[in-house]
Design a protein around this ligand. Structure first.
Ligand code: HEC
Ligand code: HEC
Ligand code: HEC
Ligand code: HEC
Ligand code: HEC
Ligand code: HEC
Length: 424
């Protein structure tokens, strides 16, 4: 077999080498040259447009795309992806059968160029072969990535103290018991002791209640109560107005674990404002209906959506009697603070999970971060500004580097700690 020379250097060569090894290991003899740039742009398009309905290896809303080029010719795929409805309307047998099989869920039309579609197909081709291995590696690595709990420390400390207290208390009880029994013995043999004294001491041995009422034991109990009370009180003071962990019950049992996790629907698909505005938006029922007009129509939870928009699944008609779904807000900053999503997600390049935690595993959403001023400020002190491919920052970075050559530019350095940036 003749080796073909690939005119890309460095990183691209390494990528190809890596892909090559994986492909070779799947006993696949690769004849044509893979250009990583094409694959990469295909991947981008695929992730941005197709993942809410397709996966490589499993059926999501639409069919698994593995081996699609073995099933279908390129010209068919080009016209299908550009406008699947047109292909169906043309009476294409395969297309009509597929459409029926997938409960007549219409795939959107994509105004892509041929080259763009081919890049997506190339990506799907590579991913079909790579995904199982990568998935295995990710799964193996994921198990090690356990997240730590940040309140563990103080609690462990408190429990240690409590256990020591209980131990000491027990010790004192034993010693007291010994003294009592010694005294009783002593008094029992001493004829000089008055009748009253004798009665008192001997009664005490028998009367556990009297013993529990003794000052020492009472003192101990009061002390423990005060200690526990203080600890709870102090914890409480630190968390006034902090709703971390808040997890209200929602009117519809909507699950991020199913939608964003299992079916990998992009956050953007529903939270449409998150990249372009201050607020992320909670999706309207229309967005749910893109899929639920056909999926799980018989489910009680889905029928709550139909009720909200007065849709009749039998006739497919919409009525007038609509009312909004009353989702309970989970995250809520006080009005005095200003927070902007697009600034953090688009400009800052932060992942949703940095602030919202493992949303893709949440059956019910809860508030993962404290959302306190200290939390915002800490991150601004520690996080580098993503200035590399942002012309806006070029001058700022130069200025910063003149002043301070070692440290990368942090959010702090662009005014991220100024009161007026976060307070109106
Ligand atoms: C809203 C959901 C949705 C999105 C988004 C979507 N598809 Fe589809 N796709 C479907 C459904 C459903 C079918 C099955 C046919 C039908 O019902 O129209 C399908 C069928 C296909 C097929 C034919 C599969 C086969 O087995 O023959 C291809 C190829 C395809 N889609 C590619 C893509 C690509 C590429 C993208 C992104 C650019 C994309 N789809 C985005 C829903 C979607
Ligand atoms: C299919 C639509 C859909 C997708 C996809 C989706 N969400 Fe949501 N999201 C919702 C709905 C509906 C709510 C309101 C109900 C609730 O809180 O569960 C919500 C609520 C939230 C909330 C809590 C909002 C509040 O009240 O403070 C966060 C945070 C969130 N989503 C983040 C994400 C992230 C991150 C992703 C991507 C990994 C994502 N969502 C994907 C529909 C979606
Ligand atoms: C891109 C497609 C898509 C969108 C958009 C979507 N869903 Fe879903 N939803 C699904 C799929 C797929 C399932 C899983 C069906 C299954 O388990 O067979 C599902 C399941 C559910 C279920 C569980 C139903 C049950 O009884 O098991 C609920 C509830 C639900 N979705 C609510 C919503 C709500 C509310 C919205 C809008 C905020 C929404 N979905 C938007 C695709 C979608
Ligand atoms: C830097 C931290 C941070 C990042 C990153 C972030 N969020 Fe948020 N998110 C917040 C804060 C803070 C709030 C509360 C905003 C408020 O109450 O005004 C919030 C609120 C929300 C809400 C409730 C509705 C709203 O707009 O107030 C949704 C939905 C949401 N985020 C989704 C997302 C999604 C999806 C992503 C990723 C694309 C994301 N967030 C990334 C911090 C973040
Ligand atoms: C996980 C890290 C992180 C957290 C948490 C965070 N931010 Fe930021 N913030 C950033 C980054 C990164 C930028 C820089 C974005 C850019 O390049 O403009 C930024 C920028 C800002 C800016 C613009 C600053 C400027 O000088 O232009 C404001 C305002 C802001 N954040 C407010 C908040 C508020 C309010 C909170 C808390 C509710 C918060 N941020 C929490 C990372 C964070
Ligand atoms: C990065 C964003 C950010 C910056 C910078 C910032 N704050 Fe805040 N501040 C917040 C947030 C978010 C809250 C709300 C926290 C909460 O509810 O626990 C807040 C709350 C407050 C409160 C009200 C506390 C309360 O309990 O109601 C005061 C007062 C305050 N900030 C003053 C300041 C002053 C003064 C500065 C400048 C030195 C400043 N902040 C800078 C984000 C910021």
């Amino acid at each position: 077999m003749s080796k073909k020379y690939i005119p890309n250097r460095g990183f691209k060569l390494a990528t190809i080498f890596f892909l090559g090894i994986i492909l070779a290991s799947t006993a696949f003899s690769q004849e044509d040259v893979i250009d990583p740039a094409i694959i990469a742009s295909g991947e981008k398009l695929y992730n941005a447009n197709c993942t809410q309905c397709h996966a490589i290896n499993e059926v999501v809303i639409g069919p698994a795309l593995k081996g699609i080029e073995e099933r279908r010719e390129r010209p068919w795929l080009l016209s299908w992806i550009k406008n699947s409805q047109k292909v169906i309307e043309s009476g294409d047998e395969y297309a009509v059968a597929l459409y029926e099989k997938y409960k007549k869920v219409a795939m959107p039309a994509y105004p892509f160029t041929d080259a763009e579609i081919i890049s997506v197909l190339e990506y799907i081709d590579v991913a079909s072969k790579v995904v199982p291995q990568v998935a295995a590696v990710v799964a193996a690595g994921g198990e090690n990535g356990a997240g730590g709990s940040n309140e563990g420390m103080s609690n462990t400390f408190m429990y240690a103290i409590l256990i020591v207290f209980i131990f000491v208390l027990g010790l004192i009880l034993v010693v007291l018991g010994l003294i009592i029994s010694l005294l009783t013995k002593y008094i029992g043999t001493d004829k000089e002791v008055s009748h009253e004294d004798q009665e008192l001491v001997i009664d005490q041995e028998v009367d556990v209640f009297a013993f529990l009422k003794s000052n020492t034991v009472l003192g101990m109990i009061i002390f423990i109560f005060v200690a526990v009370g203080l600890k709870t009180g102090i914890d409480g003071l630190f968390t006034i107005g902090v709703q971390q962990g808040y997890m209200p019950t929602q009117p519809i049992a909507y699950s991020h674990e199913i939608h964003a996790g299992q079916y990998e629907i992009d956050c953007n698909y529903c939270h449409t404002g998150v990249r372009k505005s201050k607020s992320a938006n909670i999706p309207s029922a229309n967005i749910c209906m893109n899929c639920h007009v056909a999926i799980k129509t018989e489910s009680k939870e889905i029928q709550k959506i139909y009720a909200a928009i007065d849709y009749d699944p039998e006739t497919g008609e919409y009525g007038e009697d609509t009312q909004p779904i009353e989702w309970v807000r989970v995250h809520n900053l006080p009005d005095l603070a200003y927070f902007n999503h697009s600034q953090h997600v688009k400009v800052g390049g932060l992942e949703c999970e940095t602030c919202h935690g493992p949303i893709k595993e949440m059956e019910v959403v809860y508030q993962y971060s404290p959302l306190t001023m200290g939390w915002c400020i800490n991150c601004h002190r520690e996080t580098n500004v993503k200035s590399l491919d942002d012309d806006y920052y070029t001058n700022l970075v130069e200025l910063h580097n003149e002043k301070n050559t070692k440290e990368p530019m942090k959010v702090e350095d662009i005014g991220g700690l100024e009161c007026s940036k976060c307070h109106y």
